[in-house]
Design a protein around this ligand. Structure first.
Ligand SMILES: Nc1ncnc2c1ncn2[C@@H]1O[C@H](COP(=O)(O)OP(=O)(O)OP(=O)(O)O)[C@@H](O)[C@H]1O
Ligand SMILES: [Mg+2]
Length: 288
């Protein structure tokens, strides 16, 4: 099963003085079980794109097909789509509005028409899988920290048991520990619940360790789409659109330019460590 975007265009405030084409001819195929990073400079169209995937925004032109069905067909249920394709907003405040975290997390499954018992069981399971400690469950969401709010917002979407989880900048405003915890938790969900994950971020550093594919957007278009290794090799082009490859890429290229035969395709600190150790071990052996 999959999500396909065929020549999708989107224009905000069409035919007014504020007209803005935010998506330009987007072609995309997302297969089941993928873990994708969607990267782009501010204003490149990331949030606009993902709001198309669950039907919150309707393409000005082009088609979107989910599991083989045209989501713009008249009898297609967008409500059902929103249960299957869960979107966690860029600002958790836009998503949390009930009087307690627990009520908030129950909102989605309740809205799907599930019985109360099933709704509550799902809410408990979702709150546990995002690692939000029990002491917060019955508190008002707006009294929590940024990281806790994000967890609550993710739980609210997970409780609908989506096939696809889309997170818009889930680490914005978090400290490094909070960022690692959230990303680690998302990676665990991808593994354990085998859901497709689309992670929106400004930062290559954030996604490099986790995703299997990176889509780079620039000014409403897809500039690159491929495995992290392929994308990071093009770091000069990334810089031209205001992005950067992870620090590891620069380190490895620097070493190679200085005559140390390391693998410039290493994308994580772990891979870089292996490659550097190997290069030095080999050099040591040759000298003996
Ligand atoms: N409601 C709106 N009305 C008019 N223009 C909009 C609206 N929302 C976004 N835009 C414009 O569309 C373009 C894409 O915006 P979008 O929010 O999708 O970018 P983004 O990549 O998510 O940016 P960021 O990283 O800052 O979240 C920008 O030029 C933005 O100014
Ligand atoms: Mg955005």
């Amino acid at each position: 099963m999959s999500m396909i975007l065929d020549k999708v265009n989107y224009i905000y405030s069409a035919q007014t003085a504020y007209e803005k084409q935010a998506l330009k001819n987007i072609n995309l195929k997302i297969a089941d079980g993928e873990f994708i990073g969607l990267i782009g400079h501010t204003g490149s169209g990331k949030s606009t794109l993902i709001q198309h995937l669950n039907g919150l925004l309707k393409a000005t032109s082009g088609g979107i097909y989910y599991n083989g069905r045209d989501i713009y067909e008249e009898d297609y249920s967008l409500k059902e789509l929103r249960g299957k394709v869960g979107l966690v907003f860029q600002y958790p405040e836009h998503q949390l509005f009930e009087s307690t975290v627990f009520a908030d997390v129950c909102f989605g499954p309740k809205n799907l028409g599930l019985p109360r018992k099933e709704t509550e069981l799902r809410a408990f399971a979702a709150l546990r899988s995002v690692g939000l400690s029990e002491e917060y469950w019955y508190q008002p969401p707006f009294e929590m920290s940024g990281g806790q709010k994000r967890r609550a917002a993710i739980a609210g979407v997970l409780a609908m048991k989506p096939d696809m989880l889309i997170l818009d900048e889930p680490t914005a405003g978090l400290d490094p520990k909070g960022r690692d915890e959230i990303l680690g938790q998302v990676a665990a969900m991808h593994r354990e619940l085998s859901i497709t994950v689309l992670l929106v971020s400004h930062s290559m550093e954030d996604v490099a360790d986790y995703v299997g594919r990176i889509i780079v957007m620039d000014q409403g278009s897809i500039l690159m789409d491929g495995a992290p290794k392929e994308i990071f090799q093009r770091y000069q082009e990334l810089e031209e659109v205001g992005l950067a490859a992870p620090q590891v890429t620069y380190l490895m290229h620097g070493l190679r330019e200085n005559g140390i035969p390391v693998d410039t395709g290493a994308t994580t600190v772990e891979e870089a460590r292996e490659s550097i150790l190997q290069a030095f071990t080999k050099a040591g052996k040759l000298r003996q």
